[in-house]
Design a protein around this ligand. Structure first.
Ligand SMILES: [Fe+2]
Ligand SMILES: [Fe+2]
Length: 263
């Protein structure tokens, strides 16, 4: 099975010809399925782009922080649950037996303010462009919201792992890197000021706990969010691939195919 992985494609930044060219580029991979790890577009356009990608091949995806812009988390997620069956938002779906050896599951993930410098001066657009954050404008309220979002993602991920059928390989789709060492930019780990907003510690803890309890299961995590490319192996049976662009290249407006996996 050819599974083409895309992440942080931010398609709302593309003009029509560039968008058409990108879709052609994806088609050339001859995908059986598309795996998309978030930041597809923004809250008011994400459904359109999911539908257009879904016309290329069945799409399995999670959402990133940008996919909630100009809207609220609840509103966008409610819309995802109403998509038709060729478009699967992984958080709303049971673990999928993708091949006889591979089960796939996914959660969005959230930078959950549990590592790095919590006094960081790095400001995210999330805090003014997502309704939930506008309502939690004071720093303590924002930190509390981020941690709560991370905990919710972790709870959902644990449920999915617990109900996943036994399998040699588990493929986890998520937007936010679940380990600080997977939070990379320009070839290096992100600075402490970025880590709180760019790492989901809570989901990482669930993955690590599951991996230790199932040493014969190989877990592969595909994530994005940082726009920097990297691979790390936080445990012997866990590999995390962070999708992004080579150093010096900006992903907004320049979406690429990360890789086509042969599953
Ligand atoms: Fe992004
Ligand atoms: Fe993101």
């Amino acid at each position: 099975m050819r599974a083409t992985w895309l992440t942080d494609i931010h398609l709302n930044f593309l003009r029509p010809l560039a968008l058409k060219a990108f879709y052609e580029r994806v088609r050339r991979e001859q995908p059986d399925i598309l795996l998309v790890t978030g930041d597809i577009a923004e809250g008011d356009s994400v459904i359109r782009f999911v539908q257009e990608l879904g016309a290329i091949a069945p799409i399995y995806f999670v959402l990133g922080n940008h996919d909630y812009y100009r809207s609220s988390i609840h509103t966008v997620r409610a819309a995802m649950e109403r998509l038709d069956t060729t478009m699967t938002w992984m958080p709303a779906c049971e673990p999928l037996k993708l091949t006889p050896r591979t089960v796939m599951l996914g959660v969005d993930g959230w930078g959950d303010a549990r590592c790095g410098d919590l006094n960081s001066t790095v400001k995210l657009s999330d805090w003014t462009r997502i309704d939930d954050f506008r309502r939690a404008a004071a720093v303590p309220a924002r930190l509390e919201l981020l941690q709560r979002l991370g905990s919710n993602e972790a709870r959902l991920l644990r449920e999915k792992l617990e109900t996943a059928p036994d399998s040699e390989n588990i493929l986890v789709l998520t937007h936010v890197p679940p380990f600080p060492e997977a939070c990379v930019y320009d070839g290096a780990q992100s600075e402490p000021g970025w880590l709180p907003w760019f790492t989901c510690i809570a989901t990482g803890e669930v993955i690590a706990e599951y991996a230790r309890a199932h040493p014969d299961t190989q877990i592969t995590v595909l994530c994005g969010h940082t726009h920097g490319t990297g691979t790390c192996r936080p445990l012997p049976n866990v590999i995390v691939r962070t999708g992004g662009w080579p150093p010096g290249v900006e992903g907004y407006g320049n979406p690429i195919v990360q890789v086509t996996l042969d599953l």
